[in-house]
Write a protein that binds this ligand. Structure first.
Ligand SMILES: *[C@@H]1O[C@H](CO)[C@@H](O)[C@H](O)[C@H]1NC(C)=O
Ligand SMILES: *[C@@H]1O[C@H](CO)[C@@H](O)[C@H](O)[C@H]1NC(C)=O
Ligand SMILES: *[C@@H]1O[C@H](CO)[C@@H](O)[C@H](O)[C@H]1NC(C)=O
Ligand SMILES: *[C@@H]1O[C@H](CO)[C@@H](O)[C@H](O)[C@H]1NC(C)=O
Ligand SMILES: *[C@@H]1O[C@H](CO)[C@@H](O)[C@H](O)[C@H]1NC(C)=O
Ligand SMILES: *[C@@H]1O[C@H](CO)[C@@H](O)[C@H](O)[C@H]1NC(C)=O
Ligand SMILES: *[C@@H]1O[C@H](CO)[C@@H](O)[C@H](O)[C@H]1NC(C)=O
Length: 578
């Protein structure tokens, strides 16, 4: 963004005085947000950038698209958002009359954020997406499921626009004519190994799961008694937005409340019941801990799968919050290998209790824990004591030394906030609104429309010698499973790189909402050959993942990481027929 501004200033010098003045004012507005000093002052704990004072819409739901934009949306029922439209989508003008000021159709409820331009533009969204779920299909279109009220059975597509934007009619939201079999609010979805088939699990008082699309018209939903058993009726559920992870054998790991199972989705049979995670509390909404699948590795053909569940709320937190008491959240994290035959939760402790947070896999394979609070639980005005410092979790360090506390922000990110990794290595952070509408005054935690980026330590300039640059991937439109492909990149000096220091990661970005990143997945790919020239240019032959069981077909971010320092990522597409 600072760079953009400079370009504008340079072009200013070539223009007339008036234009200069206008542009300077424009530039001032543009820079207004940036509080990052420079990329050489990031230090070891990271840095925060303020990107926007008003992103228009609370990013309750957030997803990075393969066109380098981020789709953000909340609920049409929230009424007046921070983005007033000049015209309704049906073409009529939105005036300043009282009627129009309170008409929700005069406000945007979904925006697409263009990362490079640092701009948002509204996307037409007519039906209520509140508390919905999403998965990217293999062509990069978001399949979004569920919602609120009479839209709880909705199926929508969102086709990313990219920088083109404007009046592009082939992108944006499309309401499907098909619907879900059951109503799904607070359900989770996961793309499966089968081509473009998604499973949607749970929802408030809905103890079933179902597939989209259905194999035939007769296909209904499937009962899942596990969801009934894990439902804390008097505490808001504590099993909503179940954590889903697709295991390397194609089976689905489902975690709800404190328990977890492995579901064979082809036979619709529960094939494993895992031990209960220790701790006096729950992990799923409204207790709202989070979960991540640790990176899969080519060394064991991507077979070993380990999940990590962190934080959540104490038993009784929901009822206490309704009486204005905010109980301390859970500090514990559990790690468990879900493949093989031996299953045990290995427990460790975060520096502080945490809930309502997001867990993201960074290109380095480390886990970033960001956003959230220390007391209470999810829901309207149910939490206190924002967690302002992200944590970095390094799975490779010895037990007891894995958490590091990072640079704190001054902006609370409570209920209905979200975060996602960007291709340049930063982490986009948005939202937070523990209220049914947009409220900016006289509440403990006002509606938060500021958009930030957390800039991890690895972006510091002092690592420039190690950073792989100018990454290009040589492939057609897509790469078939198990196929070889070539990547080229450069390092400043030849001596800064060897095939012992480099790793290659492929990352499926999540659909993030309510503290869970659906479909987030990282694979450490095999490098078959790597040649380093004297001038520092590197040629590497990589091998695509062997099957859609370990990597469902679709777009992934490919990153070269040299001695812990990642390149800028580039998109790559793995498919059945490449
Ligand atoms: C457009 O939408 C507004 C608000 O819903 C409605 O009052 C108006 O009649 C609509 N106009 C047309 C031409 O559809
Ligand atoms: C992607 O596939 C879906 C489902 O088949 C389809 O609805 C959508 O239009 C496709 N998107 C693009 C960009 O081709
Ligand atoms: C419009 O959007 C489609 C789908 O994302 C994209 O393929 C096309 O290039 C866009 N057109 C313009 C002019 O940006
Ligand atoms: C939590 O916030 C309250 C004020 O809302 C404060 O009194 C209390 O000390 C805080 N507790 C912790 C552990 O930060
Ligand atoms: C490599 O990337 C750097 C920084 O992004 C850029 O300045 C440079 O022009 C690129 N070099 C080539 C050969 O593309
Ligand atoms: C790694 O480097 C060694 C020595 O430079 C070489 O023999 C080996 O083939 C390389 N491995 C790969 C995967 O490039
Ligand atoms: C570096 O050297 C290789 C051959 O050793 C050559 O193909 C490549 O173009 C060179 N790159 C640059 C940026 O000079």
């Amino acid at each position: 963004m600072v760079y953009e501004t400079m370009v504008i200033i340079i072009s200013c010098t070539k223009s007339m005085i008036i234009t200069i003045l206008i542009l300077i004012i424009f530039c001032a507005v543009l820079i207004n947000g940036a509080n990052v000093k420079s990329s050489s002052s990031i230090g070891t704990k990271g840095q925060w950038q303020l990107l926007f004072h008003n992103s228009g819409v609370v990013s309750m739901h957030m997803a990075l698209t393969n066109r380098n934009t981020v789709i953000m949306f909340d609920q049409t029922g929230a009424g007046q958002s921070g983005y007033k439209l000049r015209k309704r989508y049906n073409g009529t003008r939105c005036t300043t009359s009282h009627n129009d000021l309170v008409d929700p159709t005069c406000y945007a409820h979904s925006v697409e954020y263009d990362i490079a331009a640092n701009k948002v533009r509204p996307l037409r969204l007519d039906t209520d997406t509140w508390c919905s779920s999403g998965s990217f299909l293999s062509n990069g279109t978001l399949l979004q499921t569920g919602g609120y009220g009479n839209r709880a059975k909705s199926i929508r597509f969102c086709r990313p626009c990219g920088g083109g934007g404007g009046k592009n009619l082939t992108c944006g939201w499309i309401q499907s004519k098909k619907t879900l079999f059951d109503e799904r609010r607070y359900a989770s979805s996961q793309i499966l190994a089968e081509h473009d088939r998604v499973v949607v699990v749970g929802g408030r008082n809905v103890f079933t799961y179902e597939y989209v699309p259905k194999i035939n018209h007769e296909e209904k939903s499937f009962a899942l008694p596990f969801l009934h058993q894990t439902n804390d009726k008097n505490s808001g559920g504590n099993n909503l937005y179940p954590f889903l992870h697709l295991s390397s054998d194609g089976n689905l790991f489902i975690f709800a409340n404190r328990d977890s199972i492995l579901l064979n989705a082809r036979r619709n049979r529960v094939i494993k019941t895992f031990p209960r995670i220790p701790g006096h509390g729950s992990r799923n909404y409204p207790s709202s801990g989070s979960s991540v699948m640790l990176p899969l590795h080519h060394k064991d053909k991507f077979q070993k799968v380990e999940v990590m569940v962190c934080g959540g709320s104490t038993t009784g937190a929901f009822r206490a919050a309704n009486k204005g008491m905010f109980l301390e959240g859970l500090r514990s994290c559990g790690r468990m290998v879900i493949t093989g035959n031996h299953h045990k939760w290995n427990m460790e402790y975060m520096p502080q209790p945490r809930l309502l947070h997001d867990m993201l896999i960074l290109p380095t394979g480390q886990i970033l824990i960001i956003n959230g609070a220390k007391h209470g639980c999810a829901g309207f005005d149910n939490a206190r004591n924002a967690s302002l410092e992200p944590y970095l979790y390094n799975p490779k360090k010895i037990f007891g030394k894995r958490f590091k506390v990072l640079k704190s922000t001054s902006i609370a990110r409570m209920h209905h906030s979200s975060a996602t990794l960007l291709p340049d290595g930063r982490v986009l952070v948005g939202g937070g609104n523990p209220h049914p509408r947009y409220i900016f005054r006289n509440v403990a935690y006002p509606t938060e429309l500021r958009l930030q980026a957390f800039v991890p330590h690895y972006m510091d300039k002092r690592y420039q010698n190690k950073r792989p640059m100018n990454l290009t991937i040589e492939y057609g439109n897509q790469i078939g499973y198990g196929k070889e492909f070539r990547v080229k990149f450069m390092v400043v000096k030849k001596g800064q790189i060897s095939n012992n220091t480099v790793t290659f990661s492929a990352y499926a970005p999540p659909f993030t909402t309510h503290a869970f990143g659906m479909n987030q997945r990282m694979l450490k790919l095999r490098c078959k050959r790597m040649d380093v020239s004297k001038n520092g240019s590197v040629n590497a032959i990589l091998e695509a993942p062997p099957s859609s069981f370990v990597a469902p077909s679709g777009y992934y971010l490919l990153t070269v990481v040299n001695a812990g320092i990642p390149s800028i990522s580039q998109w790559i597409r793995f498919t059945h027929n490449g």
